[in-house]
Design a protein around this ligand. Sequence first.
Ligand code: NAD
Ligand code: IPM
Ligand code: MN
Length: 364
Amino acid sequence: MKKYSVAAIPGDGIGNEVVPEGQKVMEAAARLGGFSFDWTHYDWSCERFAKTGAMMPEDGLDQIRNKDAIYLGAVGFPGVPDHVSLWGLLIPIRRGFHQYVNLRPVKLLKGIESPLKGREAGSIDFYVVRENNEGEYSSIGGRLYDGSPDELVMQQSIFTRRGCDRVMRYAFELAKTRKKHVTSATKSNGISHTMPYWDERFAAISTEYPGFKTDQFHIDILTAHFVRNPDWFDVVVASNLFGDILSDLGPAVVGSIGIAAGANINPEKDYPSMFEPVHGSAPDIAGKGLADPIGQIWSGAMMLRHLGEEAAARAVEDAIADVLARGEALTPDLGGKANTRELADAITAALPAHFKADKFAAVS
Ligand code: NAD
Ligand code: IPM
Ligand code: MN
């Protein structure tokens, strides 16, 4: 029997509530799929920072380097400045393991009410492909003339040819399996070096994919189109910061940030990829059992797919869709009264009916 060795890092806040529920669903999916998980739990978090002064041990990356995958909840909690917690745990994993694609699906599912009027299930269905290793997120910069009227801060953006090309190619390869339509998020009217370069690389990579529809929008009007015309999109490729913004906006237009899934992918598989929901630690609802576990569970489905367990991945996704369509055991963000565990249990219960081993035998 295949056994996958996975690092579970619940992190902070509701991460501690949704990760264990996600693990239970993964266990149930594994039983159906005839494989198993070997989980190792890591307490890396703001709580650990408070005790030891570090989010993770110095050799943290080495401890998880040989895992098949990483299943993460959320990082960051009041008491530790966000840039300290995130640069102490989440961002080093994304960069250290070359997880240069952040893949975040946006899909309007039956049973979920979009805040947009008149949108039917299935009418919004696209992916945000976010550059995840460079761009506007950098540690290069500094502060000068501290405390004086001339005080200033600088932050350097980095866009490399390798970094742009590889995430753009990933977007085109994904679009190849869908509607062959790639949209690029830019801002080359106002940002005069990096964004014109981004456009230049998008044009260059586009020529490798004849027959594909391509377009680009400045990020300001693109956010408006996400709200007014979300049905226009198939695959949207964006820099680190723009992709971050678009991947919260997308889930908002399809109902709830609580159901938004994500995968930090190392496509070459030379290091483990990491699967985590789009949302954060939600300090406002942490510890109350109110957290929607779907983002975490759906991220788990993405992990199953990455591991090659397509039938199990589909079963989890279909079970989520089924439970939502039936309006069963929904958490308050979805208009229901159920708690985190009840919603996760409903998804687990729906799993067997959706497991179709034969259909995906060739893939898995
Ligand atoms: P957040 O996503 O944690 O919360 C935003 C709002 O959405 C809150 O009202 C919250 O209650 C709600 N929400 C989020 N997830 C939910 C869920 N599963 N079910 C129901 N409601 C949910 O964003 P924030 O408040 O900006 O950030 C809080 C902390 O999390 C900060 O420290 C931030 O840096 C961190 N953060 C971490 C990640 C990550 O680890 N990937 C992502 C985003 C934010
Ligand atoms: C996300 C988060 C992180 C990001 C933060 C917490 C650093 O918002 O995963 O989307 O911006 O990448
Ligand atoms: Mn974000």
